[in-house]
Design a protein around this ligand. Structure first.
Ligand code: IPM
Ligand code: MN
Length: 374
């Protein structure tokens, strides 16, 4: 559906008015983004903060309709008109480019287009969430900082080969690694350390035992670590990191890693905290940022009130943090936490809310309004 856009043209923002671009995306995206929009609106109700929302098109349906997954004009509007961007999941498995890759995926156009080099993925186990492990609330609370503009995925659209062979390249640059590692250390400075011992720690995750590109990554990590004497530099090969994130998650505080490894390890982390539907991401650059769930568009459950909107709602909270509205963001996180803790939201083994998407939204808004009146 194409919606009338009334935000691109509204008056200039006052200090407390924030213009939010919503990209509903594909599959379960529209219902998740609607849920998050309702929660955001509920969170600022009765405060001096005003959020205005504009809808922007992007993803597989946009590609199917127009031949491009995000119009140039939309990218310009995202860059210049809004204070923040909340994006739903995008991509549909049957909408592919001639080269076989998914056409709806916006990683290239948004992550590289907005130069959001740090993909920040908090992995937190909330009270009351059942998982395949025996960990409890408080045991798992780390952040994966995934390099977002280079690494293996810089090869997107550029793989070379023929019907007998195909090659993608993993590419890293010194400035690219430096800035994301520095971001990770900066984050560790403002967090409370690892659950196990309270130590502020940044773990470099790589395969420097095998590949030169990763040896380069680690070398730069060690250099940057020297700027942060109060933070413990820590190292894991990626395979061992996968093991330890399951066996000893409390050890971890902040992890920093290459794009492809971060993509995989963040899904692994999600599995330990109630599934992909629990995990938001912030895509942060020096000039732009956007916020989204870490998962895809799950078209098989779209429109059936089955999807867990928590990832999208928590992405909204990360967006508020970025806008300097940490207090409102904390209220949303507390509302989410308490709704899980007291069983108002319950997940099935598949990570779907037992009482439906809408019930999650309602439970969180309910707790927000209790907080506001109390
Ligand atoms: C993610 C997603 C995307 C990615 C997909 C949808 C292309 O899995 O944000 O982790 O691989 O980066
Ligand atoms: Mn992923």
């Amino acid at each position: 559906m194409v919606r009338v856009n009334d935000v691109r043209t509204t008056r200039p923002a006052t200090a407390r008015t924030y213009r939010i671009a919503l990209i509903p995306g594909d599959g379960i995206g529209p219902e998740l983004v609607e849920s998050a929009r309702e929660v955001l609106a509920g969170a600022v109700r009765g405060t001096t903060v005003e959020l205005t929302f504009g809808y922007e098109d992007g993803g597989a349906q946009t590609y199917r309709r127009t031949g491009t997954n995000l119009a140039e004009e939309t990218l310009t509007a995202l860059r210049d008109t809004y204070d923040a961007i909340l994006k739903g999941p995008v991509g549909l498995p049957d909408v592919r480019r001639p080269d076989g890759t998914e056409a709806g995926v916006l990683g290239g156009v948004l992550r590289n287009g907005l130069d959001t080099y740090a993909n920040v993925r908090p992995i937190t186990l909330l009270p009351g969430v059942r998982t395949p492990t025996t960990y409890r609330d408080g045991d798992i609370d780390y952040v994966i900082v995934r390099e977002n503009t280079e690494g293996l995925y810089l090869s997107r659209g550029l793989g070379i080969g023929n019907q007998h062979a195909m090659c993608d390249q993993l590419f890293m640059t010194r400035p690219g690694v430096e800035r994301v590692v520095r971001y990770a250390f900066g984050l560790a400075e403002v967090r409370g350390g690892a659950p196990a011992d309270g130590q502020r720690r940044v773990t470099c995750v790589d395969k420097s035992n095998v590949l030169r590109s990763f040896a380069f990554f680690r070398e730069i990590f060690v250099e940057v670590a020297e700027e942060f004497p109060n933070i413990e530099p820590d190292f894991r090969y990626a395979d061992a990191a996968a093991h330890d994130l399951v066996m000893d998650p409390s050890h971890f505080d902040v992890l920093v890693t290459e794009n492809f490894l971060g993509d995989i390890l963040s899904d692994l982390g999600a599995a330990t905290v109630g599934g992909l539907g629990m995990c938001p991401a912030a895509n942060i650059g020096d000039r732009h940022a956007y916020f989204e769930p870490i998962h895809g568009s799950a078209p098989t459950i779209a429109g059936r009130n089955l999807a867990n909107p928590t990832s999208q709602i928590l992405a909204g909270a990360l967006m508020l943090d970025h806008l300097g509205l940490a207090k409102v963001a904390d209220q949303i996180r507390s509302a989410v936490r308490s709704a899980f803790a007291d069983g108002a939201i319950e997940l099935t083994a598949a990570g779907q809310p037992r009482h439906g998407t809408a019930s999650v939204t309602a439970a969180i808004i309910d707790r927000l309004s209790q907080g506001q009146s109390g």
